[in-house]
Ligand binder design. Sequence first.
Ligand code: HEM
Ligand SMILES: *[C@@H]1O[C@H](CO)[C@@H](O)[C@H](O)[C@H]1NC(C)=O
Length: 386
Amino acid sequence: MSSKKLTRVSIILVLVMVLVLCYCVELEAQLQVGFYSSSCRIAEFIVKDEVRKGFFSDRGVAAGLVRLHFHDCFVRGCDASVLIDTTPSNTAEKDSPANNPSLRGFEVIDKAKARLEAACKGVVSCADIVAFAARDSVEITGGLGYDVPAGRRDGRVSLSSEASANLPPPFFNVNQLTQTFANKGLTQDEMATLSGAHTIGRSHCTSFSNRLYSYNTTTSQDPSIDKVYAGQLKQQCPQGSTNANLVVPMNPATPSITDVGYYVDVLANRGLLTSDQTLLTNSATANQVSQNAGNPLLWRSKFAAAMVKMGRIGVMTGTAGEIRANCRRSMVVLQVTSVGNGRPSSYVVRVDGLPDTTVGTGDAGVQRVAIVANCDKSTPELASST
Ligand code: HEM
Ligand SMILES: *[C@@H]1O[C@H](CO)[C@@H](O)[C@H](O)[C@H]1NC(C)=O
């Protein structure tokens, strides 16, 4: 094994160690409202300004950004892993079928990040930008603004397979949804509250066409969908259409307003997705749907609180992770699928931005590591050299 390769291997080893150690040490660190008030006073303003610009050129951007935060937080915590681009040797979260081609709003994050790097280089994490942008999107569409606790750090790993494994598909029933949210520390009530985000934005026909044409082997149309609404949807989403870009609004009456229109729809059997309409099949969630439909002020504040809670899922703080310079790329210049069976008994490793560390190959848990770090330059030869 060449020394160059050894260095690379050891960098991976230490990377894994550092991630694990930092995670333990940093459990104490808390997100804070106003985290950038001294380090980058203008941070939240810049994000809001870019959300505003994005929204006025395309209102759908707001929905995209709210969903982006959700899809970030449910996969490896709110660490901006959803923003990392696919590389030749790694398919990233954003290219999972759960995200591609439907997820949008990335350019708003990129623009905000570029301005933030110019104003306060290396200070504001991509994960916080996503959290701020989601809040600003709720606000700009008429929802309740809320303080965003910040101080998230960016992750280095983004795997398509983890998006599919952690994000709820549109055909889930209420028990499956409750379980998916419970896995992330959210209650069933919070699940029903957050589903109200479907009051803005759109869905591709492919996300619900089974409800119109292939419900089960004996019945083509989902009996829980209002017949008139189903007829309209069939016109907008013709059977067998080859156009994968067809979309319909989630809440046709007010598609760009964060109101309780979603709950009104569901009550009228006009929930678009199976996962929307299923909320009526459980007595607790059915009660929440009617309560929210009839009490906009209650839902607004519950939604804001649930967004804050969602924004805490699995966050890294302190010195864990990194602050990316470009939200699409981790700072780590490595791409490895596995390392193990190290030859020397220890390595001294120096990685930019990390303290020097000695890693013994005998360290438990370090011998066989499966990790994919995203990077600028992939080193596929490494995978085969170990
Ligand atoms: C309860 C489980 C959920 C499921 C199964 C689900 C599924 C989906 C699906 C399939 C779409 C349509 C994507 C497309 O085809 O274009 C969508 C859109 C959307 N979702 Fe969810 N979602 C869930 C919860 C949430 C939560 C918790 C939020 C945010 C708090 C959220 C925010 C959105 C938004 C804003 C859109 C519209 C996106 C756009 O217009 O670009 N969803 N969701
Ligand atoms: C299909 O759905 C209908 C309506 O819910 C139901 O009555 C029927 O039993 C289902 N058929 C099968 C094969 O599951």
